[in-house]
Design a protein around this ligand. Structure first.
Ligand code: GLY
Length: 288
């Protein structure tokens, strides 16, 4: 078994992995590593698709989605949460301090505040300027092509898996729109002793396909991680053809074997890997 190991989506996953690795190596808890790693990305105002600095919805408000899952398959999530910089922490608080899995909207914000999180303005000057440009161009009429979510999966040296994902969702989305990231089974899934998967791209594709759950089920049936992802991408392509937006997944099996794959080559999807013998960006395989 290769452990500890952490993988996460996109080049912004590299500094996030570094933060996770500081927790994970040599004997840290996978869930703590996921929270620390994803918070690094959420706190970075230059990442305009996650957390603070995320591009707003069509009304100009920044709303965030996140979910987290631990080595026992316990999970927590928040959707359409506003004014809270670290939705991944709020998701963990839902998991650890409520009997629920998912809190949404003002209720999610109220809950996070009740747990000691601070209310903050999430709209940076840069994001506000981009929003004004968008309003002038009425880009809402364009179909969403892609979206960069941070998804992170970790296996610690005690063999515990954990995962998380966090996003500000599609830029200029309809107010109230929720993507795949806070939906367990769509944007994130983990089966103890089997493996985990998480997603990035246009969330509607992952929701329609129950993508992350389908990958983990493929692992449970004995497929290699790369084949488990390919099978789901093929299913999406069979149903959606050229209508399918960007979809990419990463997967980490309980023995440390990992993979990443994208539906479209043009997505240029990459993921970050940190393990005892390698710390690198990896260009993902592609289906089409
Ligand atoms: N994959 C993130 C979203 O669609 O919101």
């Amino acid at each position: 078994m290769t452990a500890p190991i952490v993988i996460s989506t996109w080049p912004f996953g590299k500094p996030a992995n570094d933060a996770a690795w500081n927790v994970l190596n040599p004997t840290g808890f996978a869930l703590d590593a996921i929270e620390a790693g994803i918070m690094q990305c959420e706190n970075d105002p230059t990442v305009t698709s996650v957390g603070f600095g995320g591009l707003p919805d069509a009304s100009g408000e920044v709303t965030l989605d996140a979910s987290i899952v631990d080595h026992e398959g316990r999970c927590g999530a928040v959707a359409c949460i506003s004014k809270i910089k670290n939705p991944i922490r709020a998701a963990r608080l839902v998991m650890e301090h409520t009997p629920h899995v998912l809190l949404v909207g003002p209720g999610a914000t109220q809950f996070a505040l009740s747990q000691g999180m601070r209310e903050e303005n999430l709209l940076t000057e840069h994001a506000a300027a981009e929003y004004q440009k968008w309003k002038q161009q009425q880009a809402a009429k364009k179909k969403p092509q892609g979206h960069d979510t941070i998804g992170m999966l970790a296996l610690d040296s005690a063999g515990r898996l954990a995962g998380g994902c966090s996003t500000s969702g599609l830029a200029y989305k309809l107010p109230g729109r929720v993507g795949d990231s806070p939906l367990i089974g769509a944007g994130l899934c983990l089966e103890p002793g089997i493996g985990a998967a998480t997603a990035t791209g246009v969330g509607e594709e992952m929701i329609r396909s129950c993508g992350s759950h389908s990958i983990v089920e493929n692992l449970r049936r004995g497929m290699e991680p790369i084949d488990a992802i390919r099978d789901v991408l093929e299913r999406i392509h069979r149903r959606r053809g050229s209508e399918a937006g960007d979809v990419s997944f990463i997967s980490l099996r309980a023995d440390g074997v990992y993979a990443g794959m994208s539906l479209w080559t043009k997505t240029n999807f990459q993921f970050a890997l940190s393990s005892p013998d390698r710390s690198d960006m990896i260009k993902a395989a592609t289906l089409m």
